[in-house]
Design a protein around this ligand. Sequence first.
Ligand code: NDP
Length: 315
Amino acid sequence: MGAALVFYSAFDAFEAWQPALQAALPGLDVRAARAGDGLVAGDPADVRYALVWKPPHGFFGRFPNLKLVINLGAGVDALVARDDLPHVPITRLSDPRMSQMMASFVLMCVLRHARDIPLLEKAQRERRWHFVSPRTAGEIKVGVLGLGELGGAAALELARQGFDVRGWSRTARALPGIACHHGLDALPGFLAESDILVVMLPLTDETRGLLNAERLARLPRGAAFINVARGPVVDEAALVAALRAGQIGAATLDVFEVEPLPQDSPLWGMENVLITPHLASMAIPRSAAAQIAENIRRVEAGEEVANRVDPQRGY
Ligand code: NDP
């Protein structure tokens, strides 16, 4: 029996992933697990690799010869929170196309605020010619929280557009053209200097609820707020209060504490909020398959895998 990869996702299309995986890994047996109970046809002992998005509890334990787990996406908070992870390398997807997709989405969000588009949309609805003196990018300070694969790419794209970009991470980072800061002590000052704040942090024990009322109050009054990472990094009730009070002037939100955003969320009705349904970026089968193939090669060769997740650290 040859080696098999098992695919589980109730969200992503196997029909798109199967041909991409088979093109990158000729001869590999790619099997879909049934959405819901995760049942897979064939001998479980053949399965060496698992490409998964939120599989059912106990899923990994069914495969005695599992060597590699690949999270079908960049965010691993759901995966590392599990108590049934196997003792094999855990990796996530993160490739240049995914970063480019995120960087362009973040650029769109930042430009929207930088060029006062929400004000102009409101004026248009009221049939009002509302001239707002445009600001140049260099006059606008953009703070990017999280300088990883996606956050780093977004920060660099914003700097390329001429914004005054600063970034914040857990450990020290250096990115050309970006004023880099790190650690909790630097956060209050960092927030105070962010006309537009972009949240690109993974959800971990340390980042859950990080942007609470006190920290949101550090932002310059009327700052714009963008979250494309994970909803629970922000205290949503505090965000709503800050938006109502004008402490935050406008927000673009792609992620929420509860998704889909509940019907009764006050965010739906807020004129100064743009809601997008968690689509800033996603794993792209063709480019991701090349990355998966390389990691499979490395596992088989006994080499260290790329994009490895540290479950203890949470990302
Ligand atoms: P990475 O893991 O590559 O980078 C994470 C960054 O956050 C690093 O710079 C890291 O610091 C920093 N960080 C982590 N914890 C802390 C902390 N406690 N304090 C300060 N900084 C911290 O992640 P990506 O850039 O690839 O992705 C970011 C997130 O985007 C994902 O975790 C996911 O949740 C979200 N996402 C959202 C999507 C969407 O469609 N909306 C799509 C894909 C991902 P350091 O550099 O020191 O390690």
